[in-house]
Design a protein around this ligand. Structure first.
Ligand code: HEC
Ligand code: HEC
Ligand code: HEC
Ligand code: HEC
Ligand code: HEC
Ligand code: HEC
Ligand code: HEC
Ligand code: HEC
Ligand code: HEC
Length: 461
C-alpha cells in the first residue's frame, strides 16, 4: 500500500516535470505505462525518471545517416543498478535541453561518429583511464579510422557499468571477447581460463591481467607480457634453472607459450634489431620501407633466401651506420589464438630434442619482422635454410649472440652434443659461431673468412 502511494507520488512529480517540459509532453507514454516503468526502477533519481519516461520504451529508435538504426531504448533497471545511477542522465547528456528535446537533430551522423563524439564525456571524470587509453593500440587504431577498434563504450556499456568487483564475474562477460573471439576460445580452454571459470577470484589471469585493460599495447612489442607472467610466477626462472641449462637465455629467445602451448605450431622470427639503440627496428609512419624492400628482395614471393636476406640487411644498414642492423632470433608460436593455449606444466615441452635436433619442427618456419608504425609486427616469410646455410651465419648472428656468455657455454653445448649423440642444428650453428669467436679471441683462428673450415670443426663434434 505504502509503496503504491510512493509510486503514485513519484509519478505525480515526474508528471509535473513532464508538463513543464511542454513540447515533449506529446510524446509521453500513457500514465499507466509510466507507472509500470517506475515500479521497476524506483532506485532512479527523478532526473533520470524524466528521461526514461520516453527512453524506457523499447520501441524508441532513430535512423542514422548511414542507414543504420540507433536504438534509443535505455534499460532503467540496468541503469539503476549501475555505478552511474548516482550521477543521473543529465550529467553525461548535458547537451540535452529538455525544453527543446527531442528536436530532430540537424547533424546527420553515422553510428560510429555518434559514439566517438559521445564518449568524450567519459574523460571528464575518468581522466586517468582516458590518458592510459589514449596511448593504447586500440586508440591509435581509432585515430587511424579503424571502425572495429574499441571506444570506452564498446567495453563499458555506458548505461550499465557495474563496479569493478561486480564485473569480475563469469569469464564470458569479458568485453574483449566480443572482438577477439578466436583468442577468447583458446584462452577459455587454457590452464588459466579453466581455473578462472572455476574460481573467478582464484588469481588466474584474464585478458587485462596480461595485456592491461586501457593501455593495451601490441602483443609482441616489448617484454610487458613476459613481465606480467613473471609478476605472478615470480619463481619461474629458479624453477626452470633446475632442468634447463641457461634458462635465462631460453627465456630471452623462446617465448613462454612456445613451450607451454605444446599443441601450437611454432616458428623462428628473426627480428631486425638496431645494435646501436638496442631496440627493434621500427617502421616510420607513411614510409613502408620494410614492405617495399622485402618485396624487392623477394620478387617471386617464395620467402627470402639467404642472399635476399643479406641484401635486405644491407638496405637497412644503409639507413644507419654500417653493421648496426642485425637479426635477433626468437622462437615463438605461430598465431594469436595459439599463444593462449597454455596447458598445465606436465604437458609443457621439456624434451631438448624437440628443438635441438636435426630438422626440429619449430625451425621449419621462419619469418623476418620489424615493428610497424602502430607497434604491431610487420612480417615477411623467409626460407627455412636461412637458419642453416653457412653463408647466413653472419646475417643471423644476432640470433646466436643473445646473452654474451658464449664461451663458457661452449663446453655445455659440446657435452650435450657428445653425450646425447644427436645432431644439434642450433648447437651446430652456435658452435660454428662460437668456435670462430673463441678462436679469434684466443688468436688461434685458422682462417677467419673460411666458413667451410669452421663448419668442418663442428661436424667433427
Ligand atoms: C518526451 C520524450 C523524451 C524525453 C522526456 C527525453 N527524450 Fe531523448 N529523445 C526523444 C526522441 C523522440 C529522440 C529522437 C530524436 C531524433 O530523432 O533525433 C530522442 C533522442 C535522444 C538522444 C539521441 C539523439 C541525440 O541527440 O543525441 C539522447 C542521447 C537522448 N534523447 C537523451 C535524453 C535524455 C538524457 C533525456 C532526459 C534529460 C531525454 N532524452 C528525455 C524523446 C525524449
Ligand atoms: C556515464 C555517462 C552517461 C550516463 C550517466 C548516461 N548516458 Fe546515455 N550515453 C552515454 C554515451 C557515452 C552514449 C553513446 C554510446 C554509444 O553509442 O557509444 C550515450 C547514448 C545514449 C542514447 C543514445 C542511444 C545509445 O544507446 O547510444 C540515449 C537515448 C541515452 N544515452 C540516454 C540516456 C539516459 C536516458 C540516461 C539516464 C537513464 C543516460 N543516457 C545516462 C553516456 C551516458
Ligand atoms: C578494450 C576494452 C576497454 C576500453 C576501450 C576501456 N576500458 Fe575501462 N576497463 C576495461 C576493463 C577490462 C576493466 C576492468 C579491469 C581493470 O581495471 O584492469 C576496466 C576498468 C575501468 C574502470 C574502473 C577501473 C578501476 O581501477 O577502478 C574505469 C573507471 C574505466 N575502465 C573507464 C574507462 C574509460 C573512461 C575508457 C575510455 C577512455 C575505458 N575505460 C576504455 C576495459 C576497457
Ligand atoms: C560525471 C562524472 C562521470 C562521468 C562523465 C563518467 N563517470 Fe564513470 N564513474 C563516475 C563515478 C562517480 C563512479 C563511481 C565511483 C568510482 O568507483 O569511481 C564511476 C564509475 C565508473 C566505472 C566503475 C569503476 C569501479 O571502480 O568499479 C567505470 C567502468 C566507469 N565509471 C566508466 C565510465 C565510462 C565508460 C564513462 C563514459 C561513458 C564514464 N564512466 C563517465 C563518474 C563519472
Ligand atoms: C570493439 C572491438 C574490440 C574490443 C572490445 C577489444 N579489442 Fe583488442 N583490438 C581490436 C582491433 C580491431 C584490433 C586490431 C586488429 C587486431 O590486431 O586484431 C585490436 C588489437 C588488439 C591487440 C594487439 C594485437 C596485436 O597484433 O598485437 C591486443 C593485445 C588487444 N587488442 C587486446 C584486447 C584486450 C585485452 C581487450 C579487452 C580488455 C580488447 N582487445 C578488446 C578490437 C577490439
Ligand atoms: C624451453 C621450454 C620452456 C620455456 C621457454 C618456458 N617454460 Fe615454463 N616450464 C617448462 C616445463 C617443461 C615445465 C615443467 C617442469 C617440470 O614440471 O619439471 C615448466 C614449468 C613452468 C611453471 C610451473 C612451475 C612449477 O614447477 O610449479 C610455470 C609457472 C612456468 N613454467 C612458467 C613459464 C613462464 C612464465 C615462461 C616464460 C617466461 C616459461 N615458463 C618458459 C618449459 C618451458
Ligand atoms: C597469461 C597471459 C595472457 C592472457 C590471460 C591473455 N593473453 Fe593475449 N597474449 C598473450 C601472449 C603471450 C601473446 C603473444 C605475444 C607474442 O607475440 O609474443 C598474446 C597475444 C594476444 C593478441 C595478439 C594476437 C595476434 O594476432 O598476434 C591478442 C589480440 C590478444 N592476445 C588478446 C587477448 C584477449 C582478448 C585475452 C582474453 C580472452 C587474452 N589475450 C588473454 C598473453 C595473454
Ligand atoms: C595474474 C597472475 C598470473 C599471470 C599474469 C600469469 N599466470 Fe600463469 N597461473 C596463475 C595461476 C593462479 C595459476 C594456477 C591455475 C590453477 O589453479 O591451476 C597459473 C598456472 C599457470 C601454469 C600451469 C602451472 C602448473 O602447475 O601446471 C603455467 C604453465 C602458467 N600459469 C604459465 C603462465 C604464463 C606463460 C604466463 C604469461 C604468458 C602466465 N602464466 C601469466 C597466475 C598467473
Ligand atoms: C622450445 C625449444 C627449445 C627447447 C625445448 C630447449 N631449447 Fe635450448 N635453446 C633453444 C633456443 C631457441 C636457443 C637459442 C639459440 C641461440 O640463440 O643461439 C637455445 C639455446 C640453448 C643453449 C645455448 C645457450 C647459450 O646461451 O648459448 C643450450 C646449452 C641449450 N639450449 C640447451 C638445452 C637443453 C639441455 C634443453 C633440454 C633440457 C633445451 N635446451 C631445450 C630452444 C630450445
Amino acid at each position: 500500500m505504502i509503496s503504491f502511494c510512493t509510486k503514485l507520488a513519484v509519478s505525480a512529480i515526474v508528471l509535473r516535470r513532464a508538463i513543464l517540459v511542454g513540447a515533449a509532453f506529446a510524446l509521453l507514454p500513457s500514465f499507466l505505462t509510466l507507472s509500470l516503468v517506475l515500479a521497476e526502477d524506483s532506485a532512479l533519481s527523478k532526473d533520470s525518471q524524466v528521461c526514461l519516461a520516453c527512453h524506457g520504451q523499447s520501441s524508441m529508435k532513430k535512423d542514422m545517416a548511414d542507414g543504420e538504426t540507433l536504438s534509443l531504448h535505455i534499460k532503467g533497471k540496468a541503469f539503476a543498478a549501475s555505478v552511474h545511477n548516482a550521477i543521473g542522465c543529465s550529467v553525461c547528456h548535458a547537451d540535452i535541453d529538455l525544453a527543446k528535446h527531442p528536436a530532430p537533430s540537424k547533424k546527420k551522423q553515422t553510428l560510429r561518429e555518434y559514439s566517438i563524439a559521445r564518449v568524450e564525456v567519459c574523460s571528464q571524470c575518468h581522466e586517468d583511464k582516458a590518458k592510459l587509453y589514449e596511448g593504447s593500440i586500440h586508440a591509435s587504431l581509432v585515430r587511424a579510422g579503424n571502425p572495429m577498434a574499441p571506444l570506452c563504450s564498446d567495453c563499458h556499456s555506458p548505461h550499465a557499468v557495474l563496479s569493478k568487483a561486480a564485473a569480475s564475474g563469469p569469464i564470458d562477460e569479458v568485453p574483449c571477447r566480443n572482438c577477439h573471439g578466436a583468442v577468447f576460445k583458446a584462452y577459455a580452454q587454457s590452464v588459466h581460463g579453466l581455473a578462472r571459470a572455476k574460481e573467478s577470484n582464484g588469481g588466474a589471469p584474464i585478458c587485462a591481467d596480461c595485456h592491461r585493460a586501457h593501455d593495451v599495447t601490441a602483443a609482441s612489442s616489448g617484454n610487458q607480457i613476459k613481465e606480467a607472467c613473471l609478476s605472478c610466477h615470480s619463481n619461474a626462472l629458479q624453477l626452470h634453472k633446475r632442468w634447463l641449462p641457461n634458462a635465462a637465455h631460453h627465456f630471452e629467445s623462446v617465448s613462454c607459450p612456445a613451450c607451454h602451448a605444446p599443441l601450437a605450431s611454432r616458428r623462428v622470427d628473426l627480428r631486425l634489431f638496431d645494435s646501436n639503440t638496442k631496440e627493434r627496428v621500427r617502421e616510420k609512419l607513411g614510409v613502408p620501407r620494410f614492405e617495399n624492400r622485402t618485396k624487392l628482395a623477394d620478387s617471386k614471393g617464395q620467402g627470402l633466401d639467404t642472399l635476399a636476406l643479406q641484401s635486405l640487411l644491407k638496405e637497412f644498414n644503409r639507413d644507419n651506420d654500417e653493421g648496426d642492423t642485425i637479426l635477433r632470433g626468437r622462437l615463438e608460436v605461430d598465431g594469436g589464438p595459439e599463444a593462449h593455449m597454455l596447458t598445465e606444466k606436465g604437458k609443457a615441452i621439456k624434451d631438448c630434442k624437440a628443438c635441438h635436433s636435426e630438422g626440429a619442427a619449430p625451425f621449419q618456419k621462419v619469418s623476418i619482422s620489424i615493428v610497424g608504425p602502430d607497434g604491431r609486427q610487420l612480417r615477411h616469410g623467409a626460407q627455412q635454410n636461412v637458419l642453416q646455410a653457412p653463408t647466413s651465419v653472419d646475417s643471423v648472428r644476432g640470433f646466436y649472440a643473445i646473452g654474451g656468455t658464449r664461451i663458457k657455454l661452449l663446453d655445455i653445448l659440446l657435452m650435450l652434443a657428445l653425450a646425447s649423440g644427436v645432431a644439434v642444428p642450433i648447437g651446430h650453428l652456435s658452435l660454428k659461431w662460437l668456435f670462430r669467436k673463441y678462436l679469434l679471441k684466443s688468436g688461434k683462428h685458422p682462417l677467419p673468412q673460411d666458413k667451410s673450415k669452421v663448419g668442418s670443426v663442428t661436424s667433427d663434434s
